[in-house]
Design a protein. Structure first.
Length: 510
């Protein structure tokens, strides 16, 4: 039995509601020294809301928080910091035009005897933290120039710089490479040895066997279970998260592959600022009606840029040929791509896929306004019917079609993105990481949707970093490495080992 003295933080009876939503209902949580508590649940289960309350971002409607056995009031993030609580947010919270060191020590800058910022000392301290996390960038680098994965590591360094005793990590590995994940796990083990209590929100259950100690499961804003990880199996955790067995997570029905609908030949994209460097080069690919083409590759392989180029986002820097239904076309803008029957659901749904401060209705109808206009005005009744049908088809959980998209869970935001693009009646759907950062149940619904599109004769091109997902959903798989196509497999010939080998740089160089 664990000692009460091991408890660093205890939350009792926490409740929080937003307009139309009871986000957290009477939840208890116990965090212990030197242990990592995995906080699990579907998107919308209340996980991030609970952590935002502990981190001082939101005030609770009811309940209390105890630190080291004493009740405390956490009214804002500064109060949380004073109690040794730090949170690494899923959405990056960095100042893009400041340096790495300035971001890490923002609000607690190193000063000299004259009370001026001591930049050399601050840069040295930042370099030490970056070395611990194996991030090979100078502390003077501008954050805006870093990859998303590198920025995520800077967020982690920022939290570590505050010497937090209670560290909350919300989906910290969602944008990290394998190497960066290994560095993070080493840092987590070091923090646990030093007595830190860690809360770790993730949808990647496989990670927990390496770093987890305890599990807390939430569903629909309520606490479902709290137990040591060793006492719970994977299937049991999944059942508690979603309230049912998900043995049929990947749904794929046999389909009839039709005629070729999209083909690219020799497609290349030059780097926007370095004319001698290519983001990807010499790409040949095709997809047919009723087929799912999976694209796999490690971070930096050029997968996202490949989809964006097909969709007309980089036409000034690209060369090569694109064919739709056998005829060569020139796609010089997303508008031209849409007119030709293409749709792109981007990787970053919050900044590229949605207008967060617009409603579900407005976001869903945005790409199809041409069909809803009459004499330059939107026909509101037609729009509402149009969106109501989409909400029902995609099972979007929202208290109202007029709800701001910002307040939906990640899975429901992704459904709105897909609803928006499928409303354009495309021939080809380009999906860039369609299940990143969403819960298991929402993933299953998206897999079912992809299967439905395929059976309806739509061609699907899907980029994913999850190899089991690519293997299960795709009819054919192409592999990219460092901007080049290195392998192509039919699904029945693809294995994790063969696909991963083709994705590794040393394999492509052989």
């Amino acid at each position: 039995m664990q000692e009460t003295s091991d408890i660093v933080l205890e939350a009792r009876g926490i409740c929080k509601s937003f307009p139309g939503v009871q986000a957290v209902q009477d939840v208890d949580l116990v965090l212990r020294r030197g242990r990592l508590t995995a906080l699990l649940g579907e998107n919308g289960a209340g996980k991030s809301t609970l952590m935002n309350i502990i981190a001082g971002v939101f005030p609770p409607n009811a309940g209390k928080i105890l630190v080291d056995g004493r009740e405390v009031r956490i009214a804002n993030p500064r109060d949380a910091q004073a109690h040794g609580i730090a949170m690494i947010f899923q959405e990056l919270n960095l100042i893009p035009h400041l340096t790495v060191a300035e971001n890490i020590f923002l609000g607690r800058e190193t000063v000299n005897d004259l009370r001026l910022i001591d930049y050399p000392a601050m840069n040295r301290n930042a370099a030490t933290l970056l070395k611990q996390l194996d991030l090979l960038v100078p502390p003077t680098a501008i954050v805006a120039n870093l990859r998303v994965g590198q920025q995520q590591v800077v967020e982690i360094a920022k939290a570590l710089a505050g010497e937090a005793r209670i560290l909350i990590m919300d989906e910290p590995t969602s944008a990290l490479t394998e190497h960066e994940i290994e560095s993070l796990f080493r840092a987590i083990h070091s923090l646990k040895q030093k007595g830190a209590a860690i809360v770790y929100i993730t949808h990647k259950l496989k990670e927990l066997s390496r770093i987890g100690d305890d599990v807390v499961v939430m569903r629909d804003g309520r606490l479902i279970a709290a137990a040591p990880l060793k006492d719970l199996g994977h299937d049991e955790i999944v059942r508690m998260m979603v309230g049912r067995d998900l043995a049929d997570l990947y749904r794929k029905t046999p389909g009839v592959v039709g005629d070729e609908v999209l083909r690219v030949e020799g497609l290349s994209l030059k780097h926007p600022t370095r004319s001698d460097v290519f983001v990807f080069r010499g790409m040949d690919a095709r997809v047919c009606r009723g087929e799912v083409l999976g694209i796999f590759g490690l971070m930096g392989a050029g997968r996202t840029e490949f989809l964006e180029t097909i969709f007309g986002l980089h036409h000034r820097n690209c060369t090569g040929r694109v064919y739709i239904d056998g005829s060569e076309v020139s796609i010089t803008s997303p508008a031209k791509a849409i007119a030709l029957g293409l749709a792109l659901a981007p990787e970053d749904r919050k900044t590229e896929g949605l207008m967060l401060d617009m409603s579900v209705v407005e976001n869903t109808s945005l790409a199809s306004l041409g069909r809803l206009l009459r004499f330059g005005f939107i026909r509101r009744r037609m729009e509402e019917k149009f969106v109501d049908d989409a909400i029902e088809r995609f099972h979007v959980k929202t208290p109202s079609p007029r709800q701001l998209v910002r307040y939906l869970s990640g899975g429901n935001q992704q459904k709105v993105v897909l609803a928006k693009w499928l409303a354009t009646r495309p021939k080809v759907v380009l999906l860039d990481e369609p299940t990143r950062g969403i819960d298991i149940s929402a993933k299953r619904e998206i897999y079912m949707l992809i299967d439905e599109l395929k059976r309806g004769g739509i061609a699907v091109v899907m980029v994913s970093s999850e190899l089991p997902e690519i293997l299960a959903i795709s009819d054919r798989i192409v592999v990219m490495c460092q901007g080049r196509l290195t392998a192509e497999f039919m699904q029945e010939d693809a294995t994790e080992e063969r696909v991963m080998l083709a994705a590794l740089p040393q394999a492509s160089a052989a």
